[in-house]
Structure formats: C-alpha cells, structure tokens
Design a protein around this ligand. Structure first.
Ligand code: UDP
Length: 333
C-alpha cells in the first residue's frame, strides 16, 4: 500500500473535488473518483479513474478500497448549502454525518487509515475572535455547520480508537475557477454569491438578492474570506502528503486572513466584468453569521501552504471566464 499512488476522492466530480483531482494528477498521484452525481458532473471527471457509487453503500465502498488499495482518501462528498440545511436538517445529518461514518467504516475494514476531509468555517458560528484561530470553540449557527462539527468528532474518535490519521481543512469561502478553464463552479440551484452576481449582471436573474445589510459590520453586509479553489486543491494534496509522511492529525483553516463584505464583492465584480450588477436588498438568510475571516498562518507553518491565487481579482477573473464558457454558452445556444 505504501507504494500506491492511488487516492480515493469521494465527491471528485464536484467543484472542489474536481479541482483537487487535477492538482493530484499534476503531482503524480492517481485520483480514483467515487461519486453518485447527486450534485457532481460527469464532465468534471477528467483526471483518473471513475466509479459511480454512494458513500452510504458500505459493502461497495469496502470492496473498492480492498481492490484498489489507495494510499489515502480525500473526502469531499457532502451537502454544502447553509440555507438549505436550515430547511432540511435531516438531509445534512444523513449525507454529512452518516455518510462520513459509512466511509470510515469501509476504510476501517479495508485497512486504509489516512483521510483528508472537507471542513468548514461554519463550525465556528459566532466567534468571539475575528480573524478566527483554529482553537476557537465550535458554535455552529446552522445544521450544515453542526453536521461538519459532528464529522470532526467522528474523526477524533476514529483516531483514538483505530489509529486513523486525519486532516480537516476548514474552508472559508471557496471561489474562483481553474485558470485553464477546464472546470469551475456549477451548482444547481446556485446559492453562492459570486456566480449569482454574474447571473444578475448577465440578466439570467432579475437582480442579485443581497441577504441582509443590517449586520454589525462596517457596511452592514456580511464579511467573508474568499479563497481560490486551486489554493484549496493544493492544500488537500499537501495535507495528504503530510499524513502519509506520518503526521497523525491536522486541523487547519484555509483562508487568506482578509475579509470582504458582500457589497465590496459586488463592486469588485462590476469592475472586473465591466457590467453593472443589479441587486435588491432582502432579509437576512437563515443560518448566516456576520463575519467569517480566518487566522490563516497555521496551514503555512504545518504543511507549507501558501494561497498564491486568492486575490479577489484572480478569483473573480477566473470565475468569470468559466461562467462565460459554462453558463452563457448554454443561454446563447
Ligand atoms: N449572499 C447573498 N446573495 C446570494 C448568495 C450569497 O447576499 O445570492 C451572501 C450570503 O448571505 C453570505 C455571502 O454572500 O453573506 C456568502 O454566501 P455564500 O452562499 O456564497 O457562501 P457561505 O458563506 O454561505 O458559505
């Protein structure tokens, strides 16, 4: 197993998973994508082998792990929309908590012990301290954040009981797209800020809904720390290499340490794409918190990660290029 270059990537047909497969392939690993296409896309599977399957199917996953003997697992398959999680908490606990438990059981049976998991800044909820250090207590404000906090607890217990080596990468706001334009962000329905800004600017929706301008922030809209998806991808590869090298545990924020308000992102986007962005102020969205900004130095110190592509200009320009190719093309056909 030590010589294997195969890495099982659950949710490898999704936005962050697919970018990470590209990163893995570029560094000599062989991604093995495992995805049920519930939210992933067949055309995002471009690097490595593909197996269609569900993480809750423990026998199938166990057989696959025994057959392929990957050196580790990158676990992206999960439900990710804060607002939806408030309306459908059962879906979040099933897909995220139970789904991860199924994966860990399959790994235990198959003797695969190293796993890097998608975490989130949503575990922190309303932090006392911003920028938020990794040591901040968990106080999730949504079932989504809570489900990911529960996943972290599962991992801790599997470390203690079974000697798993685990990394949780707590993303702040994933954004941007592959600079070569091969893959990017595509969610159905789209709930994320930057693609929705583009949709409003191009008339695909009448106006961006700006959720809340009465937050305790400088301009009243929420502050978020936007991180380029390719920087997230490199962090996964580095974390996996660290675990395989013997590190037992990693809990890392992935952010830039700098927050932009929703209004600032709208203004930046207007300049980058050269189009006005119509928006309409709406009520706050359930589950949102005022400010999520990372203290971001631990990932640099422990895995040597540096976010090189995460300026807002780079995020917006790569995202825009992808949006033009992926969404506008369909409209003009
Ligand atoms: N947001 C918004 N309109 C949208 C989508 C998002 O005003 O159509 C706001 C949202 O309330 C939050 C920020 O933009 O303050 C980032 O939201 P997103 O859904 O992109 O990521 P999240 O912070 O939920 O992970």
């Amino acid at each position: 197993m030590a010589n294997s270059k195969t890495v099982l990537v659950t949710g490898g047909a999704g936005y962050i998973g697919a970018h990470t497969c590209k990163e893995l392939a570029a560094h000599g690993f062989a991604p093995l994508v495992y995805d049920n296409f519930s939210t992933g896309h067949p055309d995002f599977v471009r690097w490595g082998e593909f197996v269609h399957g569900d993480i809750q199917d423990v026998p199938r996953l166990t057989r696959l792990l025994l057959e392929k003997k990957p050196l580790g697992v990158l676990h992206f398959a999960s439900s990710i929309a804060v607002g939806e999680s408030v309306e459908k908490p059962d879906k979040y606990y099933r897909n995220n908590v139970y789904g991860t438990l199924c994966l860990l059981e399959a790994m235990l049976t198959a003797g695969v012990r190293d796993i890097v998991v998608s975490g989130t800044a949503a575990v922190y909820g309303h932090p006392d301290e911003v920028p938020i250090p990794e040591s901040a207590p968990f106080d999730p404000a949504s079932p989504y954040g809570c489900s990911k906090a529960m996943v972290e607890r599962l991992l801790l217990d599997f470390e203690t009981a079974y000697g798993f080596r685990t990394a949780v990468l707590r993303y702040f706001n994933a954004a941007g797209a592959d600079p070569e334009g091969e893959i990017g962000e595509r969610h159905e329905p789209e709930t994320h800020l930057i693609p929705n800004i583009f949709r409003a600017a191009c008339g695909l929706i009448p106006a961006l809904k700006l959720f809340g301008v009465d937050y305790p922030t400088p301009d009243g809209s929420c502050l978020r720390d936007y991180i380029h998806v390719c920087d997230l991808a490199s962090a996964h590869r580095l974390a996996l290499e660290k675990l395989v090298g013997g590190q037992k545990k990693l809990r890392l924020n992935l952010g830039t340490g700098f927050g932009y308000s929703v209004k600032e992102v709208i203004e930046h986007a207007r300049r980058v794409i050269g189009k006005p962005v119509p928006f309409k102020v709406e009520e706050r969205r359930a589950g949102d918190v005022p400010a999520l900004v990372a203290r971001a130095d631990l990932a640099r110190k422990t895995i040597g990660w540096i976010a090189t592509r995460s300026s807002l200009d780079s995020i917006l320009s790569t995202a825009w290029r992808w949006f033009e190719k992926d969404s506008l093309k369909k409209v003009t056909l």
